[in-house]
Design a protein around this ligand. Structure first.
Ligand code: HEC
Length: 392
């Protein structure tokens, strides 16, 4: 109990130790050793560890009250920037103005916990306006790392950062996915996603992912609303399918999956080849198990429009007769466009006879094919596909 009292009781031995350390530190600081040189980034250098250690033992209040010590704490922290000790010092002494250093840690190769801590410290020590300024100059390639760190921060103030990332027109698909993952970790973020879906403004590439996450949300009210607004795709018996996270845990029978693939109502072989069987319209699936994991296979089947494979976008040609033709461009020269249709049919069109052409990032693969299957049949089908691997 005595140990927990304040630092005025001079008989406390721990206090003596603490004061001893402060003395060492203060002496080191005052003796003009030059913290910058002592503190050179190189941890190997003798002295660095000791000063760090001394600082860590100083009561935070004492340092914060003393401007000279506070300035030194900042100097020491900045000297170990990028290392976990840096975060420790920034947190302990609430060192302000570390926005860009902390931001750098979020995109470094530190572990996820340190990055989450960097995000927490940004929220704690920097104003919303300051964080926004940093975000604005953050290249979009870094959005996924930001979304991950703020998603993991466990602080509900992170929600506005995640919303901001999701709302950027130039955020990548990965950035969107990570922002959704992050938002669903917060009740307020989950509700915002539901509102977005209600207004029809949820980006389509993350619809299924959002549905999966919100339908197994930890908050019951979120789950209830998600089952209305973002229902999981139904299977044959019109039961909603389990979320992909659960489907990938189930094991299937690949032999039965092969039967499902080739049976008429699935339509798969009308558009896909496996080896030399089936029609070449969509991508060949001969080695699809090497390219896509089970989660991506489920996503490809349950939500074809979420991500259309490159070169398989849907093109519509308007002919001078007024007719239109829709398919996938198989080849194109100066004179001709060859369009592929389901079943593997290809048709050439003379360019001089076209009034218009447009290509959209939507898939010619129909959504809802899983409704011709039971959940188990779908699991079997994915097992079959995931075993189609490159033979060595
Ligand atoms: C009407 C044609 C059509 C049918 C039917 C069809 N697909 Fe597709 N599929 C496509 C096209 C086109 C693409 C490429 C565009 C895209 O990524 O959505 C594709 C993409 C895929 C992909 C992703 C391939 C890759 O390389 O990324 C998988 C997996 C897939 N389909 C599986 C299936 C399965 C399983 C079935 C049957 C349940 C099926 N497809 C039925 C046309 C079809």
């Amino acid at each position: 109990m005595i140990h927990r009292t304040n630092y005025t009781g001079a008989t406390n031995t721990r206090l003596a130790v603490t004061l001893g350390w402060s003395l060492v530190l203060v002496l080191m600081l005052i003796s003009g050793t030059g913290t910058a040189s002592v503190m050179a980034k190189n941890q190997q250098q003798p002295g660095v560890g000791r000063v760090l250690e001394a600082l860590k033992r100083l009561p935070a209040e004492q340092v914060k009250r003393n401007p000279a010590l506070a300035a030194k704490a900042r100097e020491v922290a900045e000297a170990v920037q990028g290392q976990p000790e840096y975060l420790e010092l920034v947190r302990k002494f609430e060192i302000q103005g570390q926005g860009s250093n902390l931001a750098q840690m979020i995109v470094s190769d530190l572990d996820a916990n340190s990055k989450a801590e960097a995000a927490r410290l940004l929220l704690l020590l920097e104003s919303e306006a300051a964080i926004k300024e940093i975000l604005k100059v953050t290249p979009k390639e870094n959005h996924p790392a930001w979304a991950q760190a703020f998603g993991n921060s466990g602080r509900s103030e992170a929600v506005w950062v995640l919303k901001w990332i999701l709302n950027q027109p130039e955020t990548t698909a990965e950035g969107l996915t990570q922002a959704v993952e992050g938002l669903t970790k917060y009740e307020q973020g989950s509700e915002w996603l539901l509102d977005l879906a209600k207004q029809g403004n949820l980006p389509k590439s993350v619809r299924l992912r959002t549905a999966s996450l919100l339908n197994r949300s930890q908050w019951e009210s979120v789950r209830a609303e998600a089952s209305e607004i973002l229902p999981l795709p139904p299977s044959k018996n019109t039961e909603p399918l389990p979320p992909i996270e659960e489907l990938i845990q189930l094991s299937g029978d690949p032999l039965n999956g092969e039967k499902v693939f080739y049976r008429a109502e699935s339509l798969c072989a009308l558009c896909h080849q496996v080896g030399d069987q089936g029609a070449a319209f969509g991508p060949a699936l001969t080695e699809i198990g090497s390219k896509l994991g089970k989660d991506a296979l489920y996503a490809a089947i349950l939500d074809p429009n979420a991500g259309v494979s490159f070169g398989y976008e849907t093109t519509t040609l308007t002919l001078d007769s007024g007719d239109t033709a829709t398919g996938i461009i198989v080849s194109e020269t100066d004179q001709q466009i060859v369009l592929g249709m389901a079943g593997g049919i290809t048709t050439p069109y003379e360019k001089e006879r076209l009034l218009d052409r447009s290509t959209e990032a939507i898939s010619m693969m129909p959504a809802g094919l899983q409704q011709t299957m039971t959940t188990q049949e779908l699991v079997d089908l994915v097992e079959f596909l995931s075993e189609l691997k490159t033979r060595k």
